[in-house]
Design a protein around this ligand. Structure first.
Ligand SMILES: NC(=O)C1=CN([C@@H]2O[C@H](COP(=O)(O)OP(=O)(O)OC[C@H]3O[C@@H](n4cnc5c(N)ncnc54)[C@H](OP(=O)(O)O)[C@@H]3O)[C@@H](O)[C@H]2O)C=CC1
Ligand SMILES: O=C1O[C@H](COP(=O)(O)O)[C@@H](O)[C@H](O)[C@H]1O
Length: 496
């Protein structure tokens, strides 16, 4: 049984970049699901904005075909949902269209206003300045900034300063959709709702932590963006550091937004620097090459890039894979490595956090009982969200004492009998509710760049190309060596 979903206040949600990949593939389906669940009521509006010259009906037709899969079981709900959807064409950098847009916004002055900037970060400031010019930043107005915010600390500072001239920090929601994933929120429940884990949650008992976010997809339609970003900016600076913070932070005094964010910030500040002196030992960059997956040939990065971009390239030094060893310099985590890896076109789509505990201090078992294995707590973010705790037990039967390593396994879907909501479903409604707990505060984003920038600088100074890896594998062999040097292995028990 799930808790009933309560309706949120009436809102106008404007998606700048309403025809883009994120809006069509993630945001609109998320809103539709919340609508079907009864959380979005008539009187709320969803307004797509982009340069493409569409009217309401043209946009609705686009959204209808994008939602048809999601809507197949919901019959005429889709028609009712589409009545809430509107569209205004405008260019963020030009005057035309803004008056008409402001007039539309003026029709429902009491609605909560959410401006979701699902565009390139280059446009964030232009859009905010225009919104401010029309007074649309006043009252119950909020702005959502998609990641990545900038491409380094300096550009993030500029965006934050300029957006901050129009929207107060309390109105600014920097989204990191990984924080909306069920398992990530569950980490809070597991860590702070059980007496079991917290006493063990430190360097005295934890050997190391692994965080894997592996994708099977390539760069898809996003080649031009991705080639300027790369995996460190696209995934590590934001999603993976946020996951690391959720694992490593001290217990916050409450779930209030600032209590949680203060603790995450302390972790970011305590990350040991990776720079020119140690980047070659602590990081591995890779780039995928053509391979074969499920009997079919899979393109390499350059082919993917060229098929999603007008200009053709023969070479790129952008990384599509990163593995690194991070350390947190504080009492709780001293000496505990956090191994992070993420990449595109890897062997499997899987995101997991593995907390590996230290072995027992002394074994009372004979060699014939079999080896003792580490306890591991595995938090599965996707697919099949759940939690698994690996324990050592006796193999049943009279054949003497033989040890077995088995999981206590809880799949959320099996336990609760429901499809887990997409992260954006939770986060979009949190913005309407005015709850920024699962969003990044300015200082967090900047602290994350402060740590990431020297890695990027070290790679640039080193001048080395990323190591090639074949599509459909687990990345370059150097990533295996990175962890095996420390006598550990990547956890690849995904099938079980
Ligand atoms: N796609 C994804 O999976 C994810 C994306 N993000 C982030 O979300 C943001 C959007 O990404 P994505 O949807 O992939 O990008 P797309 O390139 O697919 O979409 C960009 C959107 O912005 C509009 N746009 C471009 N220029 C202007 C302009 N001058 N004025 C008004 N609208 C404009 C485009 O429409 P038109 O050209 O008609 O104006 C389009 O609707 C980016 O910051 C990205 O990093 C973050 C996480 C995941
Ligand atoms: O933010 C991003 O995330 C997606 C992966 O998100 P997921 O929820 O599907 O795991 C990634 O593909 C994209 O490159 C990145 O910008």
């Amino acid at each position: 049984m799930t808790a009933p979903a309560l309706p949120v206040d009436l809102f106008d949600l404007v998606i700048f970049g309403g025809t883009g990949d994120l809006a069509v593939r993630k945001l609109l389906p998320a809103l539709f699901h919340r609508f079907v669940d009864g959380q979005i009521q008539p009187g709320s509006r969803i307004i797509g904005v982009a340069r493409e010259g569409l009217d309401d009906d043209g946009y609705r037709a686009q959204i209808r075909s994008a939602l048809n899969g999601a809507a197949s079981k919901q019959g005429d709900q889709l028609d009712t949902f589409l009545k809430l959807v509107h569209y205004r064409p405008l260019d963020a950098r030009k005057d035309a269209g803004w008056d008409d847009f402001a007039k539309l916004m003026g029709e429902y002055p009491d609605n909560v206003r959410v401006f979701y900037l699902s565009t390139s970060p280059d446009l964030f400031v232009d859009i905010c300045q225009r919104l401010g010019g029309y007074g649309l930043n006043q009252g119950k107005s909020r702005v959502v900034l998609e990641k990545p915010i900038g491409k380094d600390l300096a550009s993030a500072n500029r965006i934050n300063d300029d957006v901050g001239r129009v929207f107060a920090e309390s109105q600014t929601y920097r989204i990191d959709h990984y924080l909306g994933k069920e398992t990530v929120q569950n980490l809070l429940a597991l860590r702070f709702g059980n007496a079991l884990f917290e006493p063990l949650w430190n360097a005295g008992h934890i050997d190391h932590v692994q965080i894997t976010v592996a994708e099977t997809l390539g760069v898809e339609r996003r080649g031009p963006y991705y080639d300027h970003a790369g995996a460190l900016r696209d995934m590590v600076q934001n999603h993976m550091l946020q996951l690391l913070c959720m694992v490593a932070m001290e217990p916050p005094s409450s779930l209030s937004p600032d209590a949680v964010r203060d603790e995450k910030l302390k972790v970011l500040h305590a990350l040991k620097p990776i720079n020119e002196t140690n980047a070659s030992q602590l990081t591995v960059r890779g780039q995928y090459r053509a391979g074969v997956g499920e009997g079919q040939s899979v393109p390499g990065y350059i082919e993917d890039l060229n098929s999603s971009s007008k200009s053709k390239v023969e070479h790129s030094s952008t990384e599509t894979f990163v593995a690194l060893k991070a350390e947190i310099a504080n009492w709780r985590w001293s000496g505990v490595p956090f191994y992070l890896r993420t990449g595109k076109r890897l062997a499997e789509r899987v995101s997991e956090i593995v907390v590996a505990f230290k072995p027992v201090p002394h074994s009372i078992f004979t060699a014939s009982a079999g080896p003792l294995a580490q306890n591991r707590l595995v938090l599965r973010l996707q697919p099949d969200e759940g939690v698994k705790l690996w324990l050592t037990i006796k193999h049943p039967g009279p054949g003497g004492l033989r040890l077995r390593h088995v999981p206590l396994d809880m799949s959320f879907a099996e336990a609760f009998g429901v499809q887990q909501p997409d992260a954006y479903e939770r986060l979009l409604l949190d913005v309407v509710r005015g709850n920024p707990t699962l969003f990044m505060r300015r200082d967090e984003v900047e602290a994350a760049w402060r740590w990431a920038d020297p890695i990027l600088a070290a790679w640039a100074a080193g001048g080395e190309s990323p190591r090639p890896y074949t599509s459909g594998t687990w990345g370059p062999s150097a990533a295996v060596a990175l962890i095996e040097r420390d006598g550990r292995t990547w956890d690849e028990d995904f099938e079980q």
